[in-house]
Design a protein around this ligand. Structure first.
Ligand SMILES: [Zn+2]
Length: 440
């Protein structure tokens, strides 16, 4: 596709007007101020009054939880999990999980996500569903067990993880056969949390992840209660200190929430190159607190953004997280310069792509993957378009996104889905929801 005369947010997260951008296959192949000669059969996008923005990387999600949207409102984290979420989840079949995943995919692509890091179960079915939707995803099974004798190898979630990793490596999801390099779907090792596992299990997960060369996705210090309870259980050690002692940080790590990190935690994570995934909406909605993002960034901690699942947010709209993250960082520090609009956008794109182990994604540069959004600027709330980055971060709505291209393939355009049947997906998801409700 050739985007003509369009405003772009470039690789340094600065707006550049009147640019020409070409994509060929999965890649961006040209960016310039001169119009290149049109190729035969090339699709043209008239970029006047439009902005080309890198697509979003939503680095903490539980996408099938769209089925639980609005179910279990008003409870604190532990009661919400034990009384509502876990009993509902026990009824989910793999087909239900596919139905919830596809419902989430509809929502995700319309609101600008190209990729998610997701922790759930039936991950092989999820991988197929997300691939069908045309999305990228790092998928993991949130492994947990309270049995001190538990062998990791005996857990079905671990076996699912190895199967997915094998498929990825074989090139089933578009990667190079043999290495899986460039695969749209990637397998991560998932550890649900410190409070849902034994030390033996955590150590086995760390070893297995290192051996299989998989990154780890884990919930860390989401609530103060969880953070303090960990200290009591583990001789004063915080969840990060404890995880580091168990070897979890020796592989690349996506650490969801990180609301209550200590200075020592931040230093440990920075040293290991671990990424804190900020989930502002979920943390506010469940009353977990506000992660001090300015502080983390000033200490050199890598920070990405995520929506978390739809039962704790209650949507998968990265535009809201971008807006919320920018507002909160400034509000809590009483500093209008706490985090710039460009920094927030970088967290939602490039930092997320890097956290997923995708070095050629997350920014608009020649040679990078074409994960691109087109925003329609011809809207009252986006005029005048003086500062496009500020417009995208502070003024734009997800409904201003008129195109979502993932790896060079358009999956969403002007409210239409090109990979999924919206009516069918919504119908199937509601069928699953009603059946489960009737069984509870
Ligand atoms: Zn979560």
């Amino acid at each position: 596709m050739l985007f003509k005369d369009i405003t772009i947010i470039d690789g340094s997260f600065t707006a550049q007007k009147h640019r020409y951008v070409r994509t060929e296959g999965a890649y961006i192949t040209y960016i310039g101020t001169e119009a290149p000669e049109e190729l035969p059969g090339e699709e043209i996008c008239d970029g006047r009054n439009k902005a080309l923005v890198p697509a979003f990387y939503n680095v903490h999600c539980h996408v099938p939880m769209t089925l639980l949207r609005g179910y279990g409102e008003g409870l604190p984290l532990q009661r919400w999990l034990n009384e509502r979420i876990f009993p509902f989840e026990a009824k989910l079949t793999p087909q239900d999980i596919v139905n919830g995943t596809l419902l989430g995919a509809l929502e995700l692509v319309a609101a600008g996500s190209a990729s998610i890091s997701d922790m759930y179960f039936s991950i092989n079915e999820m991988a197929e569903a997300l691939d069908r939707a045309g999305m990228k995803a790092n998928i993991c099974h949130g492994i947990s067990s309270f049995d001190p004798e538990q062998k990791l190898a005996d857990l079905p979630g671990y076996r699912d993880t190895l199967r997915l990793a094998r498929d990825v490596k074989a090139g089933v999801y578009g990667g190079k056969a043999g290495t899986g390099e460039g695969s749209r779907i990637r397998a991560d090792m998932g550890l649900h949390a410190e409070y849902t596992s034994t030390e033996g299990l955590v150590r086995q997960i760390a070893e297995a992840a290192a051996e299989e060369k998989l990154a780890i996705h884990v919930h860390i210090s989401e609530t103060e209660t969880e953070h303090e309870a960990c200290r009591e259980r583990h001789g004063g050690r915080t969840p990060i200190r404890y995880m580091a002692d168990c070897g979890i940080l020796d592989v690349p790590m996506q650490a969801a929430h990180c609301v209550w990190l200590t200075d020592e935690d931040t230093a440990i994570m920075r040293e290991h190159g671990a990424v804190a995934v900020h989930n502002p909406s979920s943390n506010l909605k469940l009353g977990s607190g506000i992660a001090p993002v300015r502080d983390y960034l000033s200490k050199g901690l890598r920070v990405a953004l995520g929506t978390d699942g739809a039962s704790s947010n209650n949507n998968l709209n990265m535009m809201e997280e971008i807006h919320m993250a920018a507002m909160l960082a400034r509000g809590v520090t009483r500093d209008a310069n706490a985090v710039s609009a460009a920094d927030i956008l970088r967290m939602a794109t490039l930092e997320g792509a890097k956290a997923q182990g995708r070095p050629d994604c997350g920014r608009i540069e020649p040679g990078c993957r074409a994960d691109l959004l087109v925003f329609d600027l011809d809207r009252p709330h986006l005029q005048p378009d003086y500062d496009t980055v500020a417009n995208v971060v502070f003024a734009a709505q997800s409904s201003d996104i008129v195109l979502n291209m993932i790896d060079g393939r358009v999956v969403y355009r002007n409210g239409e889905y090109l990979t999924l049947d919206k009516e069918r997906v919504i119908f199937d998801a509601n069928q699953s929801f009603r059946r489960i409700l009737s069984e509870l």
